[in-house]
Each structure stands twice: as structure tokens, then as C-alpha cells.
Design a protein around this ligand. Structure first.
Ligand code: UDP
Ligand code: MG
Length: 320
């Protein structure tokens, strides 16, 4: 029987943790009883610098029950980094790791099918939501636009897959070699390769508390996803530059012809228009190039992506 670890990033989740831990415990015990996973399997909560009672809750769970472990990050680093911290910490000990949100939006019952898919030989099992019926209209349309834009920009990603997935030890070891600071895990997954499959599940509404992904964070995340994986925006600018050069040649010929024919006074409006237009294009281009330079800047720093304050885990052959 292989060891399963479930990694749950938590940021200000004191309202949902009691319920989440209860349900995860039931699920783990059921899997252990069914002899699907080793009795030394664990649920590890990663506290992403929450200012509420999240860490107190996590450490009390781990004291009461060795099923639970906890990782406390030194400060808030965002969902993706918190998740990576969890994955890289439990990797040595686990045979398979499932990542899941704390708010019970990911259907815990899908875990059974994840584990089955793992034993069937898959290194990465993607949890894919079967529908978006329970989302608000806004979230649904923006999410769809996001996936469409991503694929247009040449970023491979699994449609409707967020960060609910299972990874084998082998896949996690491969993930460790991706050193990027601008972390967009779901874009890295297809690059790892290995046998993989998809498990569909129904995504629920948040159990309690509120989303930590307001519009601004969502847009930043989307922008990161595109600019971390693709040079297409730069190509696009090059194409526009090329097009404008062609147009300017035509304009040059047109101006000469008009001059020869004797209409010399006209042209003020076209000059002003092209002035504004070119100015706009230039600023836009500089902005996008700056985006990439910013990325290079961050990457060259090689800063740690997370710092662990403490890690609690109790290994016991026979759990209470
Ligand atoms: N999260 C985190 N750090 C953050 C923001 C969120 O660890 O800075 C966690 C959060 O606790 C949850 C998961 O990431 O377990 C997804 O966040 P949320 O449910 O707020 O996002 P949504 O489901 O609304 O996209
Ligand atoms: Mg959520």
C-alpha cells in the first residue's frame, strides 16, 4: 500500500478548517480501512501566513491526531507558493500527493478515483470540474475567456482544471526542477509529461468564509500564466511593428504623389493621427517588453519561493 499525503493550502480559513479536517479524516480512514492507502498517510495543512486562528487550529489537530500535519509559512506567499511548499516538503515521504483547496469546493469523494487512477499507472491525475453551474455568471465567463486566451497564447493547460490533482513521487521530483519564481503550477503540469489522466468532479460553493481571489488577483494570475509560459505577446508586437512599417511605406508613396500633384497644405490630420497612433503602439510595446524584463529580473534574483517556519508530522505505525 502506498502512502498518500493530502496537501491543503490555507489562508484565513478558520471558518472552514473544522469541517474540512473532519471530512478529510473520514475520507482517509475510509481509504485506510479499504487498504487502498498506507496507514501512515497524512493530511498536511499549509498555513500561508494567515493572521487569524488558522495555525492554532492546524497545530491543535496535529497534536490530537497524527493523521494531521502542518506547515507554517513565515508569511503570506500566495496560493501557488503555499501549495509548492507543501508538495516539496511532503515529497520525500509520500508516494502520491493530492492537492486540494481548504474551502471544500473540491469534492472530497473524488479522492477515491484519484487513487484508483494512480494505481492504474498514472503519475498525474487532473481533477476537472464537470460543470460551472454553481459559479456566478461573471466567474464563468471570465474563466472561459481565460482558458481561451491561454490556449491562443500557446499555453498548454487542461480545460477546467485548477489545482485539485494527484501527483506521484516521480512527478513531484520532476516538478522540483522547475525553478521559476512566477509560479503557475497548472501550466507546468503538462510540461512534466508522464502518464496522466483526468477525473471529473462537481465543484461546490465555498463552504464558509470568502474567496481570496478577488478580480485584481485573478487578473494578475492570468497575466502571470500567459507571460510566464509564452513569448506570443512579443511576437504579436513584432507583427504590429511590421504591419505599421508596411503602412508607412504606402503612406510615404501616397504623400509623394499628393505632393507632385500639388495638394501640399492638407495632411495635418493624418500627421496628428499617426503621431498618436505610433505613440500608443510604442508605449504598449514598451509595457509588454517591460513585463518580460520584470520577469527576468525576478528570476535572476533566485529568491526562495517559500520559507518554512515549522513542520509538524508524527510518524506512527499504528494511528489512534
Ligand atoms: N490560499 C492561500 N494563499 C492565498 C490565497 C488563497 O493559500 O494567498 C488558499 C485558500 O486558503 C484556499 C485556496 O488557496 O484553500 C483557494 O483560494 P480561494 O478558495 O479563496 O480561491 P477561489 O476558490 O475563490 O478561486
Ligand atoms: Mg475556493
Amino acid at each position: 500500500m502506498d502512502k498518500l499525503y493530502i496537501v491543503v493550502p490555507c489562508y484565513i480559513e478558520e471558518e472552514v478548517l473544522p469541517e474540512t479536517s473532519k471530512r478529510l479524516k473520514a475520507k482517509m480512514n475510509q481509504l485506510i480501512k479499504a487498504k487502498k492507502i498506507s496507514p501512515d498517510s497524512h493530511v498536511v495543512f499549509v498555513n500561508d501566513g494567515s493572521k487569524d486562528k488558522t495555525w492554532e487550529l492546524i497545530s491543535s489537530y496535529s497534536e490530537k491526531d497524527h493523521l494531521f500535519g502542518g506547515i507554517n509559512l513565515s508569511r503570506n506567499r500566495g496560493h501557488q507558493n503555499a501549495l509548492l511548499a507543501g508538495l516539496m516538503t511532503v515529497k520525500e515521504d509520500a508516494d502520491m500527493v493530492i492537492s486540494m483547496d481548504a474551502d471544500l469546493q473540491d469534492d472530497i469523494d473524488a479522492v477515491d478515483r484519484f487513487v484508483d487512477a494512480y494505481y492504474a499507472g498514472n503519475d498525474i491525475v487532473y481533477g476537472v470540474r464537470s460543470s460551472r453551474k454553481k459559479d456566478t455568471f461573471f466567474k464563468r465567463t471570465t474563466a472561459l475567456a481565460f482558458y481561451k486566451l491561454m490556449s491562443r497564447m500557446g499555453v498548454e493547460s487542461v480545460y477546467n482544471h485548477a489545482d485539485y490533482r494527484l501527483m506521484s513521487k516521480r512527478a513531484l521530483n520532476a516538478l522540483e526542477n522547475f525553478k521559476e519564481v512566477n509560479l503557475f503550477l497548472r501550466g507546468i503540469m503538462p510540461l512534466i509529461g508522464f502518464p496522466s489522466t483526468v477525473v471529473e468532479y462537481e465543484r461546490n460553493e465555498r463552504f464558509a468564509g470568502e474567496s481570496k481571489y478577488p478580480l485584481k488577483k485573478m487578473l494578475n494570475f492570468a497575466l502571470d500564466g500567459i507571460t510566464s509560459f509564452s513569448v506570443k505577446p512579443i511576437r504579436f508586437i513584432t507583427a504590429i511593428g511590421f504591419l505599421i512599417s508596411v503602412i508607412s511605406v504606402i503612406m510615404f508613396i501616397y504623400t509623394i504623389v499628393r505632393h507632385v500633384l500639388g495638394f501640399t497644405v492638407a495632411g495635418w490630420s493624418s500627421i496628428i493621427i499617426s503621431l498618436w497612433f505610433l505613440g500608443g503602439v510604442q508605449i504598449l510595446s514598451i509595457g509588454v517588453i517591460g513585463e518580460y524584463i520584470g520577469k527576468i529580473y525576478m528570476e535572476t534574483k533566485g529568491r526562495p519561493r517559500f520559507i518554512i517556519e515549522n513542520y509538524i508530522i508524527h510518524h506512527t505505525k499504528s494511528r489512534k
